[in-house]
Design a protein around this ligand. Structure first.
Ligand code: ADP
Ligand code: ZN
Length: 730
């Protein structure tokens, strides 16, 4: 090898996407290949994708070593990207092959450079003009120099494709080969900027300078919903584009991207590349390839957009940085927020973490000066934060199967009369969380999980929220066979809708819950209709807490503010605080001041009091003190170990053996707790046991865990998962 180039026949070590724990040796193909090249290699009878990771080890019978089949039509993986994958793998204790799979999640990457026929105006006139021919030529003239596929052109002209083919023969239409994956339209940094408020301008200036430095840095951009954070960070994006570097905006939820893309288009004059589960396979491949050659200046996407092969990434925005969906909970367990910081630090890029309610991690990093902090203190324009108050449920008289208190109902009624909207928030999908037999007390559970089945009346089925299994609603109790004695217990969003419809007969009541829509588009349409005023009372789950804009909404009622406070999750207080503030922030976005009412049985609870008083800094400081005293994140480190198997004995045996063999952990002063049955002790028929490792903040946790785990050879049926910095503990 010389200068990162391997000549034909040189041994190369290839990292593949197959679950093998080593690089595979191959011979460089005819024409050689570069370090980092994407290649196709033979593996047994198959062909798989890989990346040339270095020189081969040469410890394998040379005769048997096969050749790389070919180098793919893609920019070689840059040293920076290889470094990022390696360090992300080390951090999350994930095999490199799984990291490479994450970085190549676009179909057809291995396909040969693909071309397609396109059609444009040709040099000659046809010998004979017909109506159909005229229509085709008119379309081509109307669109200047643009070219179209055969199907597009025929459709636009309203003719059959044979008409177009006829014109090609005559030279009136030219047929050419063009690459299938085309560059994204150019974004103009100076297309449509807004006049910024003084606060916003200060923030934008700060970020522009940070980007000018060409160095790594992270900034926490904090401001209530509607304070204009997006406008500020779009200025940072603009500056990044001016410098000729690429920008990435990560968003937590697909539903938001279409609204967001419209804003980007208004700001930069064209749409950016998109990367999320709703993007077609062809567009995914196009985005992946164009990002790699710098022909996509801006990517808007979900967390996995972080693993695209950027040519020159200069800025990563993590919007709603506290959102739990940034933590991937299956496959590679990574937190996109933390990985964004890692990637930026490797390439000298800037990170902006935007949120109204930052995570405690980011709050502490800003307090300690690791992150810069920008704060937008007021809402943009006339809107102000809503007034918050508690409804003490101990004083309210309510039948046992009703949840909207008289106090809340009265306020909703007053809004209806004024033509304003109210939102009733309940963080539970379905009709009722429990289905109980009134004869024998049996609660209907999932056959495969340690979980109750949730009635979904809209679907007319019972659904397991753990594994997704459904069954029809039975009419007799599966346990005692009593007829017609099954009853719903507790409220879900569908049941609340029923209650509200009865309570406010003249109002239009609509429900917003992710499972009630057949498609992202249907959901988007409903959200737009609500924003336009086509609803009086909105019943919503967590879905509505996210950044949607409902200008007519002036009242938010939280049905059960205590819900999130139960349970042993160390972030329960933080999550409740964030969620309540986000939901309350939906009220009063336009000119009319809003109000938020929290139904609670414990108004004196410190978290509820902090939410009501709006004393954010007080809440965070107190929360930080408690976590510091307990030595838990962000002041200490944690890792969760989940063992699962169809065989319950197996998981407990290994759990116990792991505790006995905790030497590598003790060597770094870490402790292991457990094994204990996981809160959901069985999912999809697999029994689950958890261990928890706690260590000091500076302890080299990953290395110790790797050594510790390597001592054991679990049976094939057993799955062992390591979750570094766990966010959920189910
Ligand atoms: P956030 O991201 O903090 O929730 P946004 O940036 O979405 O806030 O701003 C809230 C609303 O105010 C949006 O409709 C946005 O277009 C508008 N807005 C914010 N800043 C300005 C500005 N400087 N000029 C005009 N409109 C603005
Ligand atoms: Zn289940």
């Amino acid at each position: 090898m010389s200068d990162g180039f391997f000549h034909e026949g040189d041994l190369v070590g290839v990292l593949t996407t197959q679950p093998l724990d080593r690089l595979l040796d191959y011979k460089a193909p005819e024409g050689g290949c570069q370090l980092g090249a994407f290649v196709e290699v033979p593996l047994g009878p198959r062909k798989v994708i890989g990346v040339v990771w270095g020189a081969g080890r040469g410890d394998y019978d040379h005769i048997k070593i096969r050749s790389v089949i070919r180098v793919m039509d893609a920019a070689p993986m840059r040293a920076e990207m290889r470094d990022f994958l390696r360090r992300a793998a080390d951090y999350t204790l994930t095999p490199m092959t799984a990291m490479l799979r994450l970085a190549t999640r676009a179909p057809g990457l291995g396909d040969p450079p693909s071309m397609r026929k396109v059609y444009r105006l040709g040099p000659s006139e046809p010998d004979r003009m017909t109506d159909a021919r005229r229509k085709v030529l008119e379309v081509l003239r109307d669109y200047g120099g643009l070219s179209f596929t055969l199907k597009e052109l025929a459709e636009m002209a309203g003719v059959t494709s044979s008409v177009v083919k006829g014109l090609v023969k005559q030279g009136a239409v030219a047929e050419e080969d063009a690459p299938r994956d085309t560059p994204f339209l150019h974004l103009d940094a100076d297309f449509g900027g807004k006049d910024l408020s003084a606060d916003q301008a200060k923030g934008a200036d700060f970020l522009r300078q940070a980007i000018q430095s060409d160095r790594y840095g992270t900034t926490l951009l904090k401001g209530v919903t509607g304070s204009g954070k997006t406008e500020v960070y779009l200025e940072a994006v603009a500056e990044c584009l001016r410098k000729g570097r690429q920008a990435l905006v990560l968003l937590p939820e697909i539903a938001l991207t279409s609204e967001f893309l419209t804003r980007v288009e208004a700001r930069f004059g064209a749409r950016p590349a998109e990367w999320h589960s709703g993007v077609t396979m062809t567009e995914r491949r196009r985005a992946w390839k164009m990002v790699g050659v710098g022909a996509a200046q801006l990517v808007v996407g979900a967390r996995s957009a972080l693993f695209l092969p950027y040519q020159n990434l200069g800025l990563i925005i993590v919007d709603e940085e506290h959102d739990t969906s940034y933590k991937q909970e299956d496959g590679v367990l990574y937190n996109a927020r933390d990985m964004a910081v890692l990637r930026a630090s490797i390439v000298g890029a800037q990170v902006v973490l935007a949120s109204a309610t930052p995570s405690l991690e980011s709050y502490v990093n800003a307090e300690q000066g690791k992150y810069a902090k920008l704060e937008l203190t007021s809402r943009y324009g006339p809107a102000v934060m809503p007034k918050m108050r508690a409804v003490d449920m101990r004083d309210e008289v309510l039948p046992s199967d009703k949840w909207i208190s008289p106090a809340l109902a009265q306020s909703v009624q007053a809004r209806i009369e004024k033509g304003e909207q109210s939102l009733l928030f309940i963080n539970r999908r379905g009709y009722a969380p429990i289905t109980l037999c009134r004869a024998c007390g049996h609660q209907i559970g999932c056959d495969d999980c340690d979980a109750r089945m949730v009635e979904h009346r809209f679907l007319k089925r019972l659904v397991c929220h753990q594994c997704g299994e459904t069954k029809p609603m039975p009419t007799v109790c599966p346990s005692c066979e009593a007829e017609d004695r099954l009853a719903p217990v507790g409220p879900g969003v569908e049941r609340l809708t029923e209650e509200a419809t009865a309570l406010f007969p003249n109002a239009k009541v609509v429900t917003l819950s992710s499972d009630l829509f057949g498609s992202a588009r249907a959901m988007k349409e409903q959200i737009e209709a609500i924003a336009a005023g086509d609803a009086d009372v909105i019943i919503g789950t967590q879905l509505v807490a996210k950044g949607h804009n409902f200008p007519k909404l002036t009242l938010v009622g939280v049905i059960d503010a205590d819900l999130g406070l139960q349970g042993s999750d160390l972030r329960a207080a933080e999550r409740t605080f964030q969620l309540m503030r986000q939901v309350a922030g939906r009220a009063g976005r336009a000119e009319v001041a809003g109000e938020a009412m929290l139904q609670t049985y414990q108004p004196e609870h410190p978290v509820i009091k902090a939410i009501l008083s709006g004393d954010e800094d007080g809440f965070w400081a107190a929360e930080a003190r408690e976590r510091e005293a307990a030595g838990v994140p962000p002041f200490g480190r944690m890792a969760g170990i989940i063992l699962s198997s169809p065989n319950v004995q197996e998981v407990f045996d290994l759990g116990a053996a792991m505790v006995r063999g905790d030497g590598p952990l003790r060597a770094i002063g870490a402790q292991v707790f457990g094994p204990a049955p996981a809160p959901i002790a069985r999912i999809r028929g697999r029994h689950r046991v958890r261990l928890l490792v706690k260590a000091e903040k500076t302890a080299p946790l990953q290395g110790a865990i790797a050594k510790w785990v390597a001592q054991f050879k679990p049976p094939n049926t057993l799955r062992l998962t390591v979750d570094i910095d766990p966010q959920s503990f189910y």
